[in-house]
Design a protein around this ligand. Structure first.
Ligand SMILES: *Cc1c(COP(=O)(O)O)cnc(C)c1O
Length: 339
């Protein structure tokens, strides 16, 4: 086997040895199957392809200084996938089966878990989708659950640096009472155009507003948003935001650090009062926000004058990473050690 250059890994797909699968047929989930093929045999009329019956998860495994592999918030990801299944009427995978599959996928691909020193990690991608043939619009009665993994590099290759975000008022990601709170592929399809426009204009992502009134902050395409003001951690609350497990963890850590946590509707203008801001998700933990340009309104909110991440974002980022790699004790029971 060719040696992997861990330090030059990007956030992308790299083939590994195995993936695992569990099929749902006749009203029950079957046995876990191990596959060395990266392909599936799918019916051309599968509901996943036509009606978007597809949900996914994203979590990571880390190798610690002690050589042990730690999976971060396995149970929470299992629960969120169940919620997504409920949201688009798919068969719900039991929590234990989710855990079993993720653990097996990591064990089988252990050689792809990057060494501690590299700052890289193993990205774990569970997905669940309707496989049964339907032409009429209705939920499938057969599903497939797959877990594959891919080693990914440290998100910040040139250090923990803020980047610019844009508000594009002529796009919505999701509807106010729609599917925004579920982690489903369709929401991502709906965000691609806005994301492309933001990139073309030099921004790293879009910060969405609430679709109904365009008055409140929602979230960034694939990440939640938070602001820091004095000793407060402030993050938008809305029915259309995907409940980020990273955000949930950061709120707990902020409280541990003696901060006040506010999860409530956040008016756009409040951006002007934040000392720091960040986007948060599994890929980067925190992406510090340099500024938010509200392009259609010709307004700009700046959070970093010197181009460096603020002290609170930095502290929270380091704290969470330390728990993930096992450098600090896991006092909240967030880590599953792979035996
Ligand atoms: C996955 C996701 C996030 C981040 O969630 P984490 O659990 O922190 O990785 C945020 N927003 C959307 C829309 C997502 O799909």
């Amino acid at each position: 086997m060719k040696e992997i250059d861990w330090s030059s890994l990007a956030f992308g797909y790299m083939p590994t040895d195995y993936n695992v699968r569990i099929n749902y047929r006749n009203g029950e989930w079957g046995k876990l199957e191990v596959s060395s093929s990266a392909y599936i045999n799918l019916h051309i009329a599968a509901t996943a392809l036509h009606y978007g019956q597809e949900a996914f998860e994203g979590l990571k495994a880390f190798r610690g200084k002690d050589g042990k592999i730690r999976i971060f918030r396995l149970e929470e990801n299992a629960k969120r996938m169940q919620s997504s299944c409920e949201g688009i009427l798919m068969a719900k995978l039991p929590i234990d089966r989710f855990k079993e599959a993720v653990l097996e996928a990591v064990r089988l691909n252990e050689r792809f878990v990057p060494p501690y020193e590299s700052g890289a990690s193993l990205y774990i991608r569970p997905l669940l989708f309707g496989t049964e043939a339907q032409v009429g619009v209705k939920p499938a009665s057969e599903y497939m659950f797959i877990v594959f993994v891919s080693p990914v590099g440290p998100y910040f290759k040139t250090g923990f640096k803020p980047s610019p975000y844009a508000i594009l008022r002529h796009f919505d990601r999701v509807a106010p009472l729609g599917t925004g709170r579920y982690k489903i592929g369709g929401n991502y399809a709906a965000s691609l155009m806005a994301g492309e426009e933001a990139h073309k204009r030099g921004y790293s992502a879009v910060l969405y507003l609430d679709a109904k009134e365009k008055k409140y902050l929602d979230e960034c395409g694939p990440a939640n948003f938070f602001g820091i003001r004095g000793n407060s951690y402030i993050t938008p609350k809305s029915e259309s935001i995907l409940p980020s497990i990273t955000n949930n963890s950061l709120m707990t850590l902020a409280e541990d650090l003696g901060m006040t946590v506010e999860c409530r509707p956040v008016p756009v203008e409040e951006l002007a009062t934040f000392d720091e801001a960040g986007a948060c998700g599994t890929a980067a933990v925190i992406s510090p926000v340099l500024k938010v340009d509200d392009l259609d309104e010709n307004k700009s909110y700046v959070f970093s004058k010197d181009g460096e991440a603020g002290p609170v974002c930095t502290k929270l980022y380091n704290k969470l990473r330390a728990i993930q790699y096992g450098d600090e004790p896991d006092t909240h029971g967030w880590v599953t050690i792979v035996e």
